[in-house]
Design a protein around this ligand. Structure first.
Ligand code: NAD
Length: 492
């Protein structure tokens, strides 16, 4: 937990309901004073954030290692580089994003002009998760600052080293009259949730997502819920086998050892193709992590003993453990579980129903590849759905028939690096989206503004109402020039 020097940090607050209340009051007064709204303030905070990442990348990597034994390469690519890119994009595009957008008007309001003006929402609460504890905390903060809001970040207590580092660094680098970190677990988060926010952005599991939404409903506060689910990978036989296996192994175990919201949760392939695919995946596993994967330095550990117990419970079912075809070794002292493949686990087993979020990978076999689409569609909407194929028709069928937060063809996870794509779930996998301009939009209100002049004040809209006025109004609403002329000149 937080060390003494961290407790002294000005960005950190020791917490109960009263403290939460005065925190929100303080931030709201900063917002009302207009401080966070200016382009200059937003740019200064984004620049400081970028400088913070550049100055402190070593400390960030150390915290990620302490919380998850995350390899430095993964820490750099998946967290530090992503945040730098996000910050740089916001700095580059902010002027454009803030510009009002001119839009067309209708004949009925002639003469007039209209625009959509993005305005800050106010005071934002961001609650983040432990698995990418730097990325998932800082990326939404970038969007909230870019959109001109004050922010409270509540990092996950499950990644304590990162939580205290964020409190310390935000205190040093950012404007603490508008940007704060509150550390803590359920009691502190509950105190925060009792307050009225202008938006709550939550990343985590769906059970707590429901708690967040219920608390938000009391104040009519809008939410973004970035949740998870069982993200499937459908593998056709018409593929580059080696590339497919490498991408699956890297996307599953090379991204935080399966503890990623978009990690492949299970694979579906045909009965005929399964043996070839499995051999290739096993081969790549050994190539990447050696014969003794349990001791590989290139695999993150399981985050804590609760999650270790949750994962081993998924293998506890005899009907599942007898289907393990690779891995299965565990090391409770070091919280390590070897990459494990389970072939055709029963449909009603826990492993086929709970989000796995760890190094276990079930493979489901079907008769025809199209059956895989039915299998996916018979379950809750996943956050990501993956397809490996070269067939144009199968790609089209997958994109048009599978409802998921995002779809990626012939790779794993990379869609979330494309900042022109919205990142978020649908149905059980979440509400709302962010990344790139979508982050700015997530924390802005789009205010519709219509401008009229005092000219062209047609008396037809005012009483006393007459049949002629009604005819003119109908013609105007229909956009019928002839009808308007007829009504104006009293022609029938
Ligand atoms: P977690 O345990 O860190 O919890 C998330 C946050 O919720 C934490 O800040 C925690 O303090 C808070 N919290 C926990 N219980 C609470 C309660 N009762 N009331 C109020 N707040 C509470 O993270 P987790 O839930 O284990 O995260 C894993 C889940 O998150 C998976 O389902 C994963 O797919 C999903 N996830 C989604 C994304 C995404 O971007 N869509 C990213 C990462 C993880």
């Amino acid at each position: 937990m937080a060390s003494e020097d961290v407790k002294d940090s000005p960005a950190m607050v020791v917490f109960d309901t009263e403290a939460a209340n005065s925190l929100v009051k303080e931030l709201r007064s900063t917002v009302i004073a207009g401080k966070t709204k200016s382009y200059e303030w937003r740019v200064s905070q984004l620049k400081s954030l970028l400088k913070m990442v550049e100055d402190r990348d070593k400390q960030i990597c150390d915290a990620l290692f302490s919380d998850l034994s995350k390899p430095e390469m993964e820490a750099f690519i998946h967290e530090i580089a992503m945040i730098k890119a996000s910050c740089k994009l916001a700095l580059k595009k902010l002027k454009d994003w803030m510009k009002p957008e001119k839009v067309k008007t209708t004949l009925g309001t002639f003469p007039s002009s209209a625009e959509i003006v993005p305005e800050p929402l106010g005071v934002i609460l961001i609650i983040s998760a432990w698995n990418y504890p730097f990325l998932l905390s800082v990326d939404p903060v970038i969007g909230a600052i870019a959109a001109g809001n004050a922010v409270v970040l509540k990092p996950s207590e499950v990644a304590p080293a990162m939580s205290s580092l964020l409190a310390k660094l935000f205190g040093e680098y950012l404007d603490n009259s508008a940007i704060k970190v509150v550390e803590g677990a359920v009691p502190e988060t509950s105190a925060l949730l009792e307050q009225k926010w202008d938006k709550i952005f939550y990343t985590g599991n769906g059970r707590v997502g429901r708690v967040i939404m219920a608390a938000a409903a009391k104040h009519l506060t809008p939410v973004v819920l970035e949740l998870g689910g069982k993200s499937p990978v459908l593998v056709d036989s018409d593929i580059d086998l080696t590339v497919t296996a490498r991408r699956i192994v890297s996307g599953k175990w090379g991204c935080n050892n399966g503890q990623a919201c978009v990690a492949p949760d299970y694979i579906i392939t045909t009965k005929n193709y399964a043996p070839v695919l499995i051999d290739s995946i096993k081969h790549q596993l050994v190539k990447f992590f050696g014969e003794d994967a349990l001791n590989s330095l290139d695999l993150s550990r399981v985050v804590n003993s609760n999650h270790f117990a949750r994962l081993t419970k998924l293998l506890d079912d005899d009907r599942v453990s007898e289907k393990i075809i690779h891995g299965g070794q565990t090391d409770i002292n070091n919280l390590k579980i070897a990459p494990t493949i389970v072939l055709d686990a029963p449909e009603d087993s826990l492993i086929m129903n709970e989000e796995i979020f760890g190094p276990l990978l079930p493979i489901v076999t079907v008769d025809k590849i199209e059956d895989g689409i039915h299998f996916i569609n018979s379950r809750p909407n996943p956050l990501a759905a993956y397809l490996f194929t070269n067939k144009k028709q199968l790609k089209e069928e997958f994109v048009s028939n599978v409802s998921a937060g995002g779809v990626l063809i012939n790779d794993i996870s990379l869609h979330l690096m494309v900042d022109t794509l919205p990142f978020g779930g649908v149905g059980d996998s979440g509400i709302g989206a962010y990344h790139g301009k979508f982050s700015f939009d997530a924390f802005s209100h789009k205010k519709g503004v219509l401008h009229r002049s005092f000219y062209g004040d047609a008396s037809a809209r005012y009483p006393p109402y007459t049949p002629g006025k009604l005819r003119l109004l109908k013609a105007l609403l229909d956009g019928s020039i002839l009808g308007i002329i007829r009504a104006l000149f009293g022609w029938s």
